[in-house]
Design a protein around this ligand. Sequence first.
Ligand SMILES: *Cc1c(COP(=O)(O)O)cnc(C)c1O
Length: 366
Amino acid sequence: MDRQYPQLEINLPKLRRNTHEVVQRCQKYGITVCGVIKGANGHPDVARAFLDGGATELGTSRIEQVIRCREAGVPGPYLLLRVPMLSELEDVVRWCDTSLQSEVAVLDATEEACQKLGKTHRVIVMADLGDLREGFWDKQEMVRACVHVEQDLPHVHLAGIGVNLGCYGSIQPMPDKMEDLVAIAREIESKIGRKLEVISGGATSSYTLVHWDTMPDGINHLRIGEGILNAKDLQVDWGIHDMKYLCMDAFTIRAQVLEVKTKPSHPVGTIVIDAFCRRPTYVDRGMRKRCLLGIGHADVGDASRLIPRLAGAEVLGGSSDHCILDIEECEQEVHVGDILEFSVIYSAMMYAIARNDMHIIVVDDQ
Ligand SMILES: *Cc1c(COP(=O)(O)O)cnc(C)c1O
């Protein structure tokens, strides 16, 4: 039997176009783009589309994805985004050209791994400017660490410094944060007597400064995933309306209708907690037509955040393996066996593409 659903379609021309739109706007600032493939589980076709669209580097948090892409023949270069585990350093040096770093002990161990393998490795040392995930909080400690790499670690090349914002601490990238990063870079440059190659200003959220024309001089590198994969965070969640040059439907989920019935909108009986230990609330809107689909939280993380493309449809909720839509207001008839399409947010794409029972279809025009 041909198992086709649930299905995730990846549209490569749209990904190439999104990458190109972002890359050319960054180019005006002398900023190169590292295309971040972790949201797509390091899918080699996605990686290739990023390079075709003008990304000069590929980034991911996980070495397994670097290996997957290299084995599929995608050349890179590769940047490891999650500051490395001590236990994975040999693989980091073996498979990645560059890594983000934030601990002197790890930098020293990177030197050892390089010596053992007879290789060199580039590092971008991270500053924490308030988001409170990775990076040096004490900036003088950071400067000393960079000088240490430059002077004492012959196989580790200090490529530059970087920052991450808008992740744990939800801190908005602002020009002053970028200026703070550039100031740290200038101090390091004066201590080591040369220019740093990379001053990496952040992720998709930092791209806003390019879009708004407020990116300060000095930043020359961004690491962008969501903004070219889904392109929804800035347009939908941030409410930036003049970013229509980025298309939000490069990924499509398709699921099959299992059941179509008219039922009460409020559950009937004593409400306790759902299968995920939550106590949802329900609005009583009387009897409504609804349909049940063969896709659930296990496929997309949170099925209630799928975005139906069927006009008038509304996601009511889901469970591990089901998604429930209200279709009372839909003009189009829905039947058992129909295939419905959904747009996806980043997390839904991330879970779906990594599941081995998700049917993945790659669309291309080349
Ligand atoms: C995931 C990640 C990125 C990319 O984030 P997006 O919001 O998808 O652009 C950039 N830098 C680091 C360190 C990351 O972990």
